[in-house]
Ligand binder design. Structure first.
Ligand SMILES: [Zn+2]
Length: 272
């Protein structure tokens, strides 16, 4: 049913940026693509096939962590390759699912999250407790699946806009809250790409009947603050001078979405 080239394996979609998409069976008859991204960081050995420090953006759904771990191990093949950071766009279960298994397998790795997201990822706080601006979330939040992930605080670093961090020459941290209180995006500076988590989606309007991708904002039933989520898309679009491609976490395109198409979808005066 799905013919993405990066199904269950990492494909280099831009120089130094790899995407793997795993299909998440959310409910009977409903399957959603979930993409994670590996970023090649610093080179740590010399020679024709040097080892690198790697960064991962998001960690997939909780039902099949072994697929993600297998895909990562097929890229990190040098004995000195290391996974240094798992950069999590937000705390929903389809973005944090394999994080505990990854922290166990890669003892040098730490998670990177927005400071406002920490209670949901480290302390078990429920997104259902968040103050919302929509009836949609107020009602439907009771039907969404909650993440059971609780990461140890000593394996997590928190960031806010403008904070320096070890790999900010490769990945720029950008606050894009709204979908959740601490949602974040990451600009891959070398390839002029931005990974936006759920701030923008590009799946079918009705995934039960179609695979034709359709740009949208985040899923309303799991979006804590709709007004801020719209401002987050505005903020992503302010990066048009330094970003060419938007990579949503849920995307039927093999090659991401040109940022100009996101702008066309969300240009001033349009409404969802
Ligand atoms: Zn989400």
């Amino acid at each position: 049913m799905y013919d993405l080239p990066d199904l269950n394996r990492y494909v280099e979609v831009r120089p130094g940026l790899f995407r793997c998409t795993i299909i998440w069976p959310v409910a009977p008859g409903v399957a959603v693509p979930v993409s994670t991204f590996l970023v090649r960081g610093n080179t740590v050995t010399s020679g024709p096939q040097p080892a690198h420090e790697w960064l991962l953006i998001d960690s997939g759904d909780p039902t099949q962590p072994e697929k993600l771990l297998q895909a990562i191990s097929e890229v990190l093949t040098h004995e000195k390759d290391t996974l240094r950071y798992i950069c999590i766009t937000h705390g929903h279960l389809d973005h944090t699912g394999a994080a505990p298994a990854l922290l166990e397998k890669y003892p040098e790795a730490k998670a990177v999250i927005h400071a406002e997201e920490k209670p949901f990822i480290c302390e078990g706080k429920s997104f259902r407790s968040v103050t919302t601006d929509t009836w949609t979330f107020a009602i439907l939040k009771h039907f969404s699946h909650e993440s059971k992930v609780k990461l140890p605080e000593n394996r997590v670093i928190t960031l806010r806009d403008g904070d320096k961090w070890e790999f900010d020459h490769v990945l720029k941290f950008v606050e894009t809250h709204g979908h959740t209180p601490g949602s974040a995006s990451f600009v891959h500076i070398p390839s002029r790409s931005i990974m936006v988590g759920d701030a923008v989606m590009n799946i079918a309007a009705n995934p039960m009947f179609s695979k034709i991708p359709c740009i949208s904002g985040p899923m309303a039933m799991s979006t804590c603050h709709w007004g801020n989520a719209m401002k987050a898309i505005d903020k992503i679009l302010t990066y048009r001078g330094e970003v060419d491609t938007v990579f949503p976490a849920h995307d039927y395109n093999a090659n991401g979405v040109p940022i100009d198409e996101v702008h066309e979808f969300h240009r001033p005066g349009t409404h969802l």
